[in-house]
Write a protein that binds this ligand. Structure first.
Ligand code: ADP
Ligand code: ZN
Ligand code: ZN
Length: 731
């Protein structure tokens, strides 16, 4: 018998081993168990993915596995299939795919089930208790009496009242014995769902009823609800019904640190069994959360991207909140889309999936137009809130003070006076995007990238936002020795300007710089929720579903980033960002107003967005995609490569292009090589080939045959390349 093991290595193959020497099964172990194997001079933990009769490896080289670590597969059967499917679809080594799915402790071989050991009083112990006490060991007798009253206790519980050493002493005397834990403590957590504080609106009630009507079985539902329409309430109701019989729900969110409110709402509604998986968890907490999900104890799992791989044997429903969010796509290593995999998983598990958004991706809209997904609308805000009023501010006509136009400053003064809070959005952190010499035109560059350094004045640094390089701030121009000026605005500079313009209004800033410290995000959000901060300035982080009821004005400082970008998805991103940021205004009792500053007020995208909303934008954007043959009307894959030697890089990509000609896959067009938008980053040149076709099957066939050829091509020293199926960005 030969065990085929997926190991966490970059090689696109599985590894053959003989069963461990002591192994004596009646049959083979089940697929999906972990196996410890020798690998070179190391030992690795891999996953059993196949069993064969023979191996191509010659007998003396074939090694014995060391141990089979599990009796049962490490993930539920649907997840096991999902991981294998994902490795094929994304053309990524299976071992690395499993590694991405499992927490570190599971990869290291820790037990998949919690080994809770309980102690209870033994027969001898009972006799000792009923015997006259005397003066012997009063502490131990006290513990014995305590234990006999409780039936059984874990070592942790004992430790709360007694010294653990006392327990060991009792065990040595044979007065206590180890027993299995109380079955009630390991079964699924009882899910007590509390009644909602609100009555559903008619639209919400219709959505809930329509989604529940599809139970049980697979169905994909787009919940297309404008910002503030109460999508979360719909999720909560559907989840309560779908898992009432002991099932589990998986809720994917873009970023948990930014949306603590959402987790709170789930915790308040469901008394127990809600587990949030996020990056701030310690290794032990992560392991415990994983085990609770895997043994069916946890009932609702809220997590980011990688939570799509959580083992959930009783999965009954999946929710993907803000399904358009780019963070569902993993951008390095195993490049998967958690949103897309969630749909595949729901289908495999035969359960419904809800994709929620106020600004659905064009892919998802197309899927609902063709009937693959059901579409449910929440066209109005919940409660009495009205949609915000949106206006363009022509930056060419109005004077501006450090990026803030006169109409924007006036509106801010009015809203502050009326007691509203204000959000100022600028998707650029730092103080100024460049340091410029007025005399000769020199701009401080990054030495390692084709990019400029951003000035961070508070930190007294120039930083490259592409490679992380940093340096001190030069006083004079490197070329002509004249003084240098910061040009343009980042959030740090806008904060300074606002402090000068509105000295009486406390400010809060939310961007990657202010959010880096632990707990800093929560601190900023708390200051806004409490009403202490009157103006919140920030980047993209502001768009993630926050609910600040007192915000009445949103100012978008620069709508023009993205209007003319070369990436075919740039306008979709821009429309989503503007709509989401705008959607923070007027969610409570105050009416909302949104000012969008632009130098191109006649631009059709901005006008359509204001007049027809995201819906109108999406209709015309899909039309453009269809004409240009971009997704969702075509399928893409990108071969990205980088190396220090630009000529060698180019030669490698040309050879890869040539090798594709052998495959005669006429339906797949291969474009390039083309340089990346930032052609040199961290001293590496970057370029790519783009495969494009109308047929998913043709693309898959092509990649399957082409990548082995690419793997064998020579390349310059240090060459790195990767394949990105369904890339989000193509430049
Ligand atoms: P979305 O996620 O669609 O942007 P939320 O779920 O955050 O919207 O809901 C926005 C606000 O509306 C929240 O304060 C929520 O409590 C409230 N809300 C939701 N449903 C109702 C309802 N049926 N009646 C009154 N208020 C509601
Ligand atoms: Zn100069
Ligand atoms: Zn750089």
């Amino acid at each position: 018998m030969i065990l085929q093991i997926a190991l966490d290595t970059p090689l696109r193959r599985v590894f053959d081993y003989r069963p461990p020497a002591h192994f004596q099964g009646p049959g083979a172990p089940p697929l999906g168990v972990r196996v410890r194997v020798p690998f070179g001079r190391r030992q690795l933990v891999g996953i059993l993915v196949g069993v064969a009769c023979e191996s191509a490896v010659v007998a003396p080289k074939l090694k014995d596995a060391l141990a089979i670590l599990d009796e049962q597969p490490i993930v539920d059967p649907v997840t096991f299939d999902l991981l294998r499917w994902a490795a094929e679809y994304y053309h990524h080594p299976l071992g690395e795919v499993f590694a991405a799915a499992l927490p570190v402790s599971m990869r290291a071989g820790q037990p998949a089930q919690q080994t809770i050991k309980c102690w209870c009083v033994s027969e001898t112990g009972r006799r000792e208790l009923s015997a006259p006490s005397g003066r012997r060991a009063p502490q131990q007798r006290a513990l014995l009496a305590w234990l006999s009253e409780r039936d059984r206790a874990t070592i942790d519980e004992v430790g709360e009242a007694f010294q653990p050493a006392q327990l060991r002493a009792l065990a040595a005397r044979g007065w206590v014995q180890a027993v299995a834990p109380d079955p009630a403590a390991v079964g699924p957590a009882a899910l007590e769902s509390r009644p909602s504080e609100v009555a559903l609106t008619l639209h919400q009630a219709n959505c809930v009823a329509a989604i529940l009507a599809s139970l049980p079985g697979y169905a994909a539902h787009l919940l297309y609800g404008v910002t503030g329409s109460g999508k979360t309430e719909v999720y909560l109701r559907v989840i309560a019904a779908a898992i009432a019989e002991g099932g589990q729900a998986l809720v994917l969110v873009p970023e948990i640190a930014l949306t603590p409110q959402l987790v709170d709402r789930f915790r308040r509604r469901f008394s127990s069994g809600v587990v949030a998986v996020h990056s701030a968890l310690s290794g032990t907490e992560r392991r415990d959360a994983w085990r609770a999900a895997h043994n069916g104890q946890a009932r609702i799992i809220i997590g980011t991207r990688s939570a799509v791989f959580t083992s959930l044997p009783k999965l009954a429903l999946i929710v993907v909140d803000e399904e358009h969010d780019a963070s569902y796509k993993q951008h390095e290593g195993f490049r998967y889309s958690a949103r897309d995999l969630a749909v595949i998983r729901a289908r495999g598990a035969a359960v419904p999936i809800i994709l929620g958004s106020a600004t659905p991706s064009l892919e998802t809209l197309e899927n609902s137009a063709t009937g693959r997904y059901f579409k449910h609308l929440l066209p109005q805000r919940a409660g009495t809130a009205q949609p915000p009023r949106m206006t363009l501010v022509d930056l060419r006509k109005h004077a501006a003070d450090q990026g803030l136009s006169t109409p924007a400053i006036q509106a801010m003064a009015q809203h502050l006076k009326a007691g509203g809070q204000i959000i100022v959005f600028l998707n650029r952190r730092g103080y100024a995007p460049c340091l410029y010499c007025n005399a000769c035109g020199w701009v401080a560059p990054c030495a390692r990238c084709d990019a400029r350094m951003t000035l961070h004045r508070h930190a007294q640094q120039l930083r490259c936002h592409h490679c992380g390089a940093h340096s001190g701030v030069p006083n004079i121009c490197a070329s002509c020795s004249q003084a240098l000026n910061p040009v343009g605005q980042g959030t740090e500079r806008v904060e300074e300007t606002l402090a000068r313009l509105f000295p009486e209004a406390p400010l809060a800033r939310l961007d990657r710089d202010t959010a880096s410290a632990r707990g800093a995000v929560q601190g900023v959000l708390d200051r806004v929720h409490s009403g202490e901060a009157r103006i919140l300035i920030g980047t993209q982080m502001l768009t993630k579903g926050h609910h600040f009821p007192e915000v009445s004005l949103v100012v978008i400082l620069d709508a023009d980033q993205g209007l003319f970008a070369s990436d075919f998805r740039a306008t979709e991103r821009l429309a989503q960002t503007i709509t989401q940021v705008a959607g923070r205004a007027g969610r409570g009792r105050l009416a909302g107003e949104v000012l969008i500053q632009t130098e191109f007020p006649e631009h059709p995208l901005l006008n359509r967005l204001i007049e027809e909303g995201y819906e109108g934008f999406a209709v015309s954007a899909l039309e453009e995609r269809r004409e240009a043959g971009w997704p969702p009307y075509s399928r893409l894959a990108m071969l990205r490569a980088e190396a220090k030697d630009s000529l060698g890089l180019d030669a490698f990509l040309r050879a890869a292009l040539d090798s594709s000609a052998l495959l005669k896959e006429a339906a797949v067009k291969l474009l390039g090589p083309a340089s990346a938008l930032i052609a040199r980053r961290a001293d590496h040149f970057r370029a790519h080939l783009l495969a494009e076709t109308a047929s998913r099957a043709a693309l898959q066939r092509f990649l399957k045959n082409w990548l082995p050829l690419v793997e064998r091509l020579p390349g310059p020293p240090g060459l790195r390349w990767s394949i990105d199926v369904d890339p989000l960005e193509v430049d």
